[in-house]
Design a protein around this ligand. Structure first.
Ligand SMILES: [Zn+2]
Length: 142
């Protein structure tokens, strides 16, 4: 298990099944990047490049990925940034940070669920919900 301190971008159509260490594969077509965890543990880390997930910045041959990459669900719990093809290692996650990360993942899922619910309720459904909330607020006064 050897930590690496630099990574090289390879632009592909489709992310290959087996990844080489020290390479970050970038598929613009599928808006995804993937690489093997930089600690050398061999975990494949997939970073969807979309709003609220990861953002990729390229400058010629160098890439940066924001925000940081955390492998907190796998054993190694690595945490690092990819900036201009360099790996900037952060300290490992503390148990509290791991809990916070899990909580924010869950919040994101709940938010997506709530948004879906609202859009499925439609205009009058939302009005009805608002009226019900108002009624409950009013009746709670007495
Ligand atoms: Zn690792």
């Amino acid at each position: 298990m050897n930590k690496i301190d630099s990574i090289r971008p390879v632009f592909v159509d489709r992310i290959p099944k087996l990844l080489d260490n020290g390479v970050v594969y970038i598929s613009q077509k599928y808006a995804t990047a993937a690489h093997n965890c930089c600690c050398g543990c061999g975990t494949k880390i997939v970073t969807p490049l979309k709003p609220r997930r990861w953002r990729l910045e390229t400058q010629g041959d160098s890439v940066s990925i924001y925000p940081s990459i955390g492998n907190w669900s796998a054993g190694c719990q690595s945490h690092y940034w990819i900036r201009d093809n360099r790996i900037d290692w952060a300290l490992g996650f503390t148990p509290a940070q791991i809990a916070a990360n899990r909580a924010s993942d869950q919040r994101m899922r709940q938010q997506a669920h709530a948004e879906r619910y609202r859009s499925e309720r439609g205009f009058w459904g939302r009005r009805w919900d608002a009226l019900k909330d108002l009624w409950q607020a009013l009746t709670s006064w007495f």
